[in-house]
Design a protein. Sequence first.
Length: 78
Amino acid sequence: MLGHDKEDYDFLYGLIKSSFDVRNYELMCFCVMPTHYHILATQTGKRPLSFAMHNIDSKYTTYYNQKYGESGHVFQGV
């Protein structure tokens, strides 16, 4: 699960919106599911999309682990 309550999902929504700043990206839409999220965005500036994705993943993992006393990854690659 990505989150256990509304506060968790609100935090993730805020991270997604703030990570895709208008100078570097066009965030067209996103969808947060219980176990993952989808983002439709294009790079418009010099900063690569991987920068925004890393920012979201690392900040949400820190938030989640501190809140729930966990450690390790929240997001798993396939």
